[in-house]
Design a protein around this ligand. Structure first.
Ligand code: GRF
Length: 195
């Protein structure tokens, strides 16, 4: 199974996914693709010997479809069988998600269906929640809404800020996403629930 990983920033989840795809793992990374040339994760991917590319979404003024067509070209050129979104901060249209339905995963830093969208940690703190966490789900046309494949829960502690909570959740993301990917690439569909 050849996996394309899409990033926008530092790519800490991408790094763990690439590191996990070794030995008897049924998948291998075939591409790390960013929506800008200055995504920090591109250099990390190159250091790990993974082919990289970037498609700058700002080159496609207003043309979301044109941007996604270029993404699709690059992803196909690298022979990808599936996609992992990992800190990829562009919303994908229904046209693109339909192409990859059942073959595209995303990690979201909340316990979906709670807190779709942005600022998930601050919203959980403001709501007085006792716990937070992260979710790996299949990507569908509706944002942060597809079938859930795995979740990891962490406590929200007195005095937590969005930053301290984000750090606690990110630690779990780095374990959950590789575990879900291995299960998904093996053809298993049992949901993972931790914490
Ligand atoms: C993480 O919080 C992840 O949940 C979200 O993007 C953030 C940064 O991820 N999708 P990464 O360090 O770029 O993998």
């Amino acid at each position: 199974m050849r996996v394309a990983i899409l990033i926008s920033g530092g790519g800490s989840n991408m790094v763990r996914l690439v590191e996990s795809m070794a030995g008897d793992h049924p998948a291998r990374p075939c591409l790390v693709l960013a929506n800008s040339a200055d995504a920090g994760g591109l250099a990390k991917a190159q250091e790990m010997g993974v082919p990289t590319a970037h498609v700058d979404h700002r080159r496609f003024k207003g043309g979301r479809e044109a941007f996604e067509k270029e993404l699709q070209n690059v992803i196909e050129e690298h022979g990808s069988d599936m996609i992992c979104l990992a800190g990829f901060m562009r919303v994908l249209t229904e046209g693109f998600t339909r192409l990859w339905e059942g073959r595209m995963l995303n990690i979201h830093p909340s316990l979906l269906p709670k807190y779709k969208g942005l600022d998930t940690h601050q919203r959980a703190i403001d709501a007085g929640d006792a716990e937070a966490g992260c979710t790996v789900h299949e990507v569908t046309a509706r944002l942060d809404d597809g079938p859930i494949l795995g979740q990891a829960r962490v406590p929200i502690l007195a005095g937590d800020t969005a930053e301290t909570l984000a750090a606690r959740v990110l630690e779990q993301e780095h374990k959950l996403y590789p575990a879900v990917l291995r299960r998904f690439a093996s053809g298993e569909r049992g949901r993972i629930d931790w914490g």
